[in-house]
Design a protein around this ligand. Structure first.
Ligand code: EPZ
Length: 418
């Protein structure tokens, strides 16, 4: 398995381009199942998860042409298989996003139940409850969700908690339902809005995306469209944290500053100098940061996908930072690894108290999930001496060529091929 070797303590300077958003691209790729006409996508990131999704869609019968970042054209003239097999779903939970489109357009789907993952149990009961509200008959057999419906019927759905992919699945399903659907307590994430904009370009009738109440008037069919995936706000936030924590002056281009208000505010509170306009963000820092507190919340609150990276930043900040994780029940797997690098972190239930230390020192550490691996990269850039990170396949799922981008702004980082 590939590893990363990092020699830290070097300030970062220069400019790098951000990639398209993984968590917008995944549902939007599934939207291709909703029409027989071509959906042409641009700014698709080159990531392991995108490759897995394309593999899943091809076996459903989606014809794919073109290379990432695009244009990539997807067309679903007919359904080759209604099954999303365990072998693919177990590698990527987001496979659940084929469920809504398959039932909506083809009237049936057989999707492997995604098991738990490193950061939590992550059930999909809200996806199923919502589809049943839309009139689908849903059963669970041999680890598969079987869903059937002649034609879905519009309904009012209130989800028990804010769920991002749950909102996306039901949003896609409702576009071809008979009548009106209202999703209450909907997720407001920019990735949900990007999906809605793509569906509207395909002829869907959607109002209220970006608010907690989305109204969809079903149509008989959707047509082809062109769509550019929004920039990845979590990739951008990760680089902002890295430069602020290590020091330097870096401009991130092809970004979407407006989707990062909570993150930018937190970094300014820590003492980093951040300026932005249009599609660029500049971060500068040349002094020790102040420790900051954060509580993860659904958008527009502080994103759980930035929790680990902010924790890494707090490891050498002045003072103590209290970080509370409210979304996932097991998202502190990076703490023992950061401790191996010399961090001082105490966990009490859903809260981590990070006492800033003067420096970190390099060591061998292991990635446990996507964002945990990003926090270890930031800690490795801070630490003196060599840090070696194992299992970076986690990182490759969600960061496009991270070591190349970091090397381009002066980091001493190499991928050690197994
Ligand atoms: C999306 O996951 C993202 N993944 C996650 O990013 C992100 O952490 C998460 O939203 C929260 O922002 C994609 O978009 C592909 P949820 P999702 O449903 O949709 C509970 C990354 O690092 N819940 O919003 O699976 C659930 O257990 C990944 O890129 C139910 O109980 O998250 C969690 O506690 C990691 N039942 C909470 O709701 C349900 O049916 C929020 O989960 C659905 C969710």
């Amino acid at each position: 398995m590939d590893k990363l070797s990092i020699r830290g303590g070097k300030p970062l300077n220069g400019s790098i381009a951000m990639s398209g958003a993984k968590n917008a691209a995944l549902p939007i790729l599934c939207a291709a199942l909703l029409s027989e006409e071509a959906l042409v996508l641009d700014n698709l990131p080159r990531l392991q998860d995108i490759a897995s999704m394309l593999k899943l869609l091809r076996q459903h019968g989606v014809e794919v042409s073109g290379e990432q970042p695009g244009p990539v054209a997807l067309r679903t003239p007919h359904l080759a298989s209604d099954e999303a097999p365990y072998e693919i779903v177990k590698t990527m939970r987001a496979s659940i996003l084929v469920l809504g489109p398959l039932v909506a357009r083809f009237g049936r789907a057989r999707v492997s139940l995604p098991g738990g993952c490193a950061i939590g149990a992550r059930p999909v009961d809200q996806h199923i409850k919502g589809l049943e509200k839309l009139g689908a008959k849903v059963t669970i057999e041999q680890g598969y969700i079987l869903a059937e419906a002649k034609r879905l019927k519009g309904a009012r759905i209130v989800t028990d908690m804010v769920t991002v992919t749950g909102t996306e699945n039901l949003l896609m399903a409702a576009t071809l339902a008979e009548g009106q659907t209202i999703i209450e307590n909907a997720a407001r994430e920019p990735e949900v809005v990007d999906l809605a904009n793509c569906l509207i370009a395909m002829g869907a009738r959607i109002q209220g995306a970006g608010t907690d109440r989305i109204i969809i008037d079903g149509v008989a069919r959707l047509h082809g469209a062109k769509h550019r995936i929004i920039p990845d706000r979590i990739e951008t936030g990760t680089f902002l944290c890295a430069v602020a924590a290590v020091g330097g002056d870096v401009t991130l281009t092809g970004a979407a500053p407006r989707t990062l208000d909570a993150v930018i505010e937190k970094l300014r509170e820590a003492g980093a100098d951040i300026s932005h306009n249009g599609d660029w963000i500049r971060v500068r820092n040349d002094r020790r940061l102040k420790a900051v507190n954060a509580r993860t919340l659904p958008y527009p609150g502080f994103p759980t996908d930035m929790q680990a990276q902010l924790m890494a930043l707090n490891t050498t900040a002045d003072g103590a930072g209290v970080i509370t994780e409210t979304i996932f029940e097991n998202r502190f797997m990076h703490v023992p690894e950061l401790t191996r690098l010399g961090a001082n972190i105490r966990i009490e239930n859903d809260t981590a108290i990070v006492q800033g230390v003067p420096t970190l020192s390099g060591a061998r550490v292991m990635a446990t999930d996507l964002r945990a691996s990003a926090s270890l990269v930031i800690a490795g850039l801070i630490a003196h001496g060599e840090t070696v990170i194992d299992r970076i396949y986690h990182l490759d799922r969600g960061y496009e060529q991270m070591e190349r981008k970091l090397a381009a702004i002066g980091a001493d980082i190499q991928r050690v091929k197994s």
